[in-house]
Design a protein around this ligand. Sequence first.
Ligand SMILES: [Mn+2]
Length: 319
Amino acid sequence: MRRFDVCNGDADGLCAVLQWRLAHPAQAALVTGLKRELELLHQVPAEAGDEVLVCDLSMQRNHAALLRLLDAGVQVRYVDHHKVDQVPQHAGLQACIDFDPRVCTSLLMDRLLQGRFRAWALVGAYGDNLTRVADALAAAMGLGAAERQQLRLLGEGINYNAYGDEAGDQHIAPQPLYQRLARHADPLQLLREDDIGSELDALRRADLQQALAQPIHTAGATARWMCLPDAAWSRRVIGILANELASAAPSQAHAVLKADRQGGFVVSLRSPQDAPAGADEFCRRFGGGGRAGAAGIDHLPALALERFLAELAAAHWGG
Ligand SMILES: [Mn+2]
């Protein structure tokens, strides 16, 4: 019998698997990847009698692969917080799915394991931006502000490491990163003995510094925009740069463009934090989409750039 642990390569995914393996030590092949790789289950070569643990990967997006494994006689434990229309009823499936916005997969795993490795659950929760929930749980277990901050930086650092478009963009591939984390039942112990926390934090800071050294332009009175070259650092940082800019100037909308390989741009757009509406509607005009406060365009052709900037300058945010 073989075991496969399958998870998103961000902090929430890795910390969920980590808690389970600390509670149930066993040899298992880890199948994981970049943050944007959401469909990993089809890569799992499990057969009848094998066991598969799936964490932090949308069941909706992995539905067909899940059914195939179950029908083949594989035992699947599925823990996740992404929305799914229907959880299959199958004797081989144990599912723990909850898409309440106040939980993440690491917190669901914490629930399953009755809080046995809660500090790791907090690292996952901080990585998934559940700062308020994580702070409250950390305070309840007696962690002070300094320790909370350490766990938060670790979670954000692991999360940041999962950004990028290709495996080579990552500072540390998720498998060796997992091995390094998994040596410690307590992340605070890890942070005392291993400099992985400061390594990941330094990477994020260096990327942001490089990005913020690029010129920033205004588009009308209410928007600013930047254009980054295509490089490993920009492929990582585009996931967080628009948020950083938005927090620094909450009355402005922000567009971050990054050159893509088809001669156009990837666009990440934030409506002003003071009036967080309209980003999705704006991006839809250019074939993109998203939410009211944060949206994006996968490919803006170079020929559409002029129109994009003109409409950005003319846009009215928040009605
Ligand atoms: Mn998650």
